[in-house]
Design a binder for this molecule. Structure first.
Ligand SMILES: Nc1nc2c([nH]c(=O)n2[C@H]2C[C@H](O)[C@@H](COP(=O)(O)OP(=O)(O)OP(=O)(O)O)O2)c(=O)[nH]1
Length: 137
């Protein structure tokens, strides 16, 4: 008997929004969602037919009411959660000139952090390779 192939990884974009001070924005997932109350880089699932860069700009507008300039991509990788596998697609971004300050529309909280502060947070497991790619230990 052959078993069905595993479903493909779900593409997920996330943004490291970097302030002029070098602090990066992190967001706390709402309690009711998968990985509730874990900290993450804001973002979400890429919609069918959408480019990753368009997806991250859309997600940040929807979730934080802010407009970003999408910059360089960090390495992509897959991460296995028990229920599903995701393909993480991180981008280094900045707020666009004149953008409203990011404010939580869906998240429990937002925080601007340094490389040492982020390492003290209860991050979503898939985010550690992103942290280590942006701030090599
Ligand atoms: N946005 C985001 N999702 C992450 C990160 N790290 C991580 O493991 N994830 C996981 C959590 C979820 O399993 C998946 C993204 O789902 P999501 O719920 O944020 O996506 P979405 O905003 O499109 O939400 P929905 O419409 O499905 O509710 O990726 C991260 O840094 N940012």
């Amino acid at each position: 008997m052959s078993s069905a192939p595993p479903p493909p990884a779900i593409p997920v974009v996330c943004a490291l929004i970097v302030a002029a001070s070098g602090h990066v924005l992190v967001a706390q997932r709402p309690a009711h969602k998968h990985l509730g109350l874990k900290w993450e880089f804001p973002g979400g699932k890429v919609e069918p037919g959408e480019s990753p860069a368009a997806a991250i700009a859309r997600e940040i507008q929807e979730e934080l009411g802010a407009t970003i300039l999408v910059g360089r991509a960090l390495p992509t990788f897959t991460h296995d959660y028990a229920s599903h596998q995701i393909e993480m697609i991180p981008f280094v971004c900045q707020l666009a000139a004149g953008s409203p300050a990011p404010h939580p529309r869906e998240h429990a909280a937002l925080r601007w952090v340094t490389s040492s502060e982020i390492r003290l947070l209860d991050l979503a497991a898939a985010d550690w390779p992103v942290v280590n790619a942006y701030w090599p230990a």
